[in-house]
Design a protein around this ligand. Structure first.
Ligand SMILES: Nc1nc2c(c(=O)[nH]1)N[C@H]1C(S)=C(S)[C@@H](COP(=O)(O)O)O[C@H]1N2
Ligand SMILES: [Mo]
Length: 434
C-alpha cells in the first residue's frame, strides 16, 4: 500500500502547471510571484481570500490542501497515524498529534525495515557483545543490564533520516515521509558507555554496530534487514542509551520491545530495535544499510537527479536543525481578531536550538518566539508565540529554527540527494481568519 496524493503529485511534477491546472493561476514568470490571474479561483478553493497573495511564491501548493490522512490500527498505536507502507509497516504522525512535550508511545512514528520478531520473551532475552575490539565476548540478560548498570531516563529526539523525503524532485524511492517521522519520547535504560566499559573494549575500537531480532523481508534467515551503528565518540556520549523502556513503561512491540538503542540527534536508523547484539568494530561498521546510498548523502552538493559515485557518498551523522508547528493543526479557522496561539518543537541534531521565528507573510517578516531549554541535551525544545492576523482571510504560518552555530532552516527544499534524506525545510500550516 503506497499513499498517493493527487494534488501533491501534480505540484511535484510541474508546480507552475499545477497552479494553472488546479486554479487557473498565472504568475509573473520573472519574479515567480503574484497572481496575474486565478487569485479568485485559489481563494475559492481555500474558502477565503489570500491576504498576502502578492508575496505568495508561484507553484506553491497551499498548505491547506497538502494533507490527506488514512486510518492506522494497531494495538497501542493511535489510529490517526498515517500508513505509508504496510510491508514492512511504516507510519507517520500528523504534526498536530506531536504537540505533547514528551511523545506518548501511541503517537510515535513506526519505521520498520523488516519483519518484527513475532514472539518476544523478556526473561530469556540476552544482549551479546563481540567484535574485533571486544577482548572476550560477553553476554547480559535483560535483568543483568537493569541490575548492574545505573538506570537513567532521558528524552531523546529520534527522526528518520528520510523524514520529508516526499518533497524531493526528482522524487527519491522509499517511504514518502512528509513531516511526521520524528518523535521525542523519554527512554529508560542504561548508558551504552557503561556496558562498553564493562566489556573492556580495546584501543582500536572505531565503531559500534547493532544486531536486531527482526527478519529480512525475503524471509531469508541469512540476511539482516538493517545493522547500522555509530562511531565510538557518539557511542560513548552519556546520552547514548540501551533502552528497556519508554515513558516509564516497557517498550511497545513496534518500537523494539524488549530492548533497543536510543541515540538522539542522529538518523533514527542508528537506534537499533529488538536489540540482540552489539559489535565493537575496529573499522567503520559494514552491516546492512551502512553502504551504497543507504543513509548516505553526497559529500559535496550535486545537481538534482545526478548520479553520484559510491566513494563520493558520506554517512549521515548529526541531523540538521528543524522545527514543527504542532498547534494549531493546519487548516485552523478562528475569528481573525482573536489572538493566534502557535506552538511547536525545534531540534538540531547534536546542537541546541538558539531561536525559532515565525512568519505570516510567506517569509517577508519574522517574529521571534519564546524558546524553552531542552529537558536534557538531545531533546527537542518547545517554542510558542501569539500572533495577530491583520484581517480576515487565508494565511500561512511558517516556522524557522536556527541552531547554536547560527545555521537556520532553509525555506526551500535543501540539497537534493539520491535517497531523499535530510529535508529540513521550514514547516508551514494554513490558518483562516474568519
Ligand atoms: N532492528 C531494527 N532497528 C531499527 C529499524 C529496523 O527496521 N530494524 N529501523 C530503524 C529506523 S530507519 C528508524 S528511523 C528507527 C525508527 O524507530 P521507531 O520505529 O521506534 O520510531 O528505528 C531504527 N531501528
Ligand atoms: Mo529511518
Amino acid at each position: 500500500m503506497k499513499r498517493r496524493v493527487g494534488l501533491h503529485a501534480l505540484y511535484r511534477e510541474d508546480p507552475l502547471a499545477a497552479d494553472r491546472a488546479a486554479f487557473g493561476r498565472e504568475s509573473d514568470p520573472l519574479s515567480r510571484r503574484g497572481f496575474v490571474r486565478g487569485l479568485a479561483a485559489m481563494g475559492a478553493v481555500l474558502g477565503a481570500p489570500i491576504v498576502f497573495h502578492s508575496a505568495m511564491p508561484a507553484g506553491l501548493i497551499p498548505a491547506a490542501l497538502a494533507d490527506t490522512p488514512e486510518p492506522f490500527a494497531f494495538p497501542g498505536k493511535d489510529p490517526r497515524l498515517v500508513v505509508l507502507n504496510d510491508r514492512p509497516l511504516n507510519a507517520e504522525t500528523p504534526p498536530h498529534l506531536l504537540d505533547d512535550p514528551v511523545t506518548p508511545a501511541e503517537r510515535m512514528f513506526v519505521r520498520n525495515n523488516g519483519i518484527p520478531p513475532a514472539q518476544v520473551d523478556p526473561e530469556q532475552w540476552t544482549l551479546s557483545l563481540r567484535g574485533e575490539s571486544v577482548p572476550k565476548p560477553k553476554s547480559y540478560t535483560l535483568a543483568e543490564l537493569k541490575r548492574r548498570f545505573e538506570n537513567v531516563s532521558l528524552q531523546l529526539l529520534i527522526e528518520c533520516g528520510g523524514n520529508g523525503r516526499s518533497e524531493f524532485l526528482p522524487p527519491a524511492s522509499g517511504n514518502q515521509w512528509t513531516l511526521g517521522a520524528v518523535a521525542c519520547p523519554s527512554f529508560d535504560g542504561v548508558r551504552l558507555r557503561d556496558v562498553l566499559e564493562d566489556c573492556g573494549i580495546t584501543d582500536g575500537a572505531v565503531y559500534v554496530g547493532f544486531e536486531g531480532a527482526d527478519r529480512h523481508l525475503s524471509g531469508d534467515e541469512g540476511k539482516q534487514p538493517i545493522s547500522r551503528g555509530v562511531p565510538m565518540h557518539k557511542a560513548l556520549e552519556p546520552e547514548s542509551l540501551i533502552a528497556f523502556g519508554m515513558n516509564g513503561g516497557p517498550l511497545h512491540p513496534l518500537h523494539g520491545h524488549p530492548l533497543r538503542l536510543a541515540i538522539g540527534g542522529w538518523p533514527g536508523s542508528v537506534s537499533g530495535k529488538w536489540l540482540t547484539g552489539l559489535l565493537v568494530r575496529d573499522r567503520v561498521h559494514d552491516g546492512e544499510k551502512m553502504g551504497g546510498d543507504s543513509y548516505r548523502v553526497p559529500c559535496e552538493p550535486v545537481a538534482p537527479g545526478e548520479t553520484v559515485a559510491p566513494e563520493d557518498m558520506c554517512i549521515i551523522e548529526s541531523m540538521p536543525v528543524k522545527s514543527l508547528v504542532t498547534h494549531p493543526a493546519t487548516g485552523l479557522r478562528q475569528p481573525w481578531d482573536h489572538p493566534l496561539a502557535i506552538r511547536g518543537h525545534a531540534w538540531a541534531g547534536d546542537r541546541a536550538v538558539s531561536r525559532v521565528d515565525l512568519s505570516l507573510d510567506f517569509g517577508q517578516t519574522w517574529t521571534a518566539t519564546e524558546l524553552a531549554a531542552p529537558a536534557n541535551r538531545l531533546a527537542w525544545q518547545r517554542f510558542s508565540a501569539t500572533l495577530s492576523l491583520p484581517s480576515p482571510g487565508y494565511f500561512e504560518v511558517w516556522a524557522r529554527a536556527t541552531d547554536s552555530a547560527g545555521v537556520a532552516q532553509p525555506m526551500v527544499i535543501p540539497g537534493w540527494n539520491p535517497k531523499g534524506y535530510l529535508n529540513n525545510a521550514t514547516h508551514r500550516i494554513a490558518v483562516y481568519g474568519v
